[in-house]
Design a protein around this ligand. Structure first.
Ligand code: SF4
Ligand code: SF4
Length: 57
């Protein structure tokens, strides 16, 4: 499973997209994760200032 964005919480700051090593995140009105690309590394989860990202089991 890929990283999951809580779109209600996301402020579209872009921090997660900056750290994603595989460029799986695009940020428009909220961040979105391309599940095909996500390697589940967890970098975005640690970076998000509002804890809007989680890794699904
Ligand atoms: S878990 Fe890693 S690969 Fe997946 S979206 Fe976050 S930073 Fe990118
Ligand atoms: S770091 Fe968090 S708040 Fe910022 S764009 Fe990514 S998910 Fe949204």
């Amino acid at each position: 499973m890929a990283a999951k964005i809580d779109e209600e919480t996301c402020t579209a700051c872009g921090a997660c997209a900056e750290v994603c090593p595989v460029d799986a995140i695009t940020v428009d009105e909220t961040a979105k994760v391309d599940a095909e690309l996500c390697s589940e590394c967890g970098a975005c989860v640690d970076e998000c200032p509002v804890e809007a990202i989680s890794l699904e089991e």
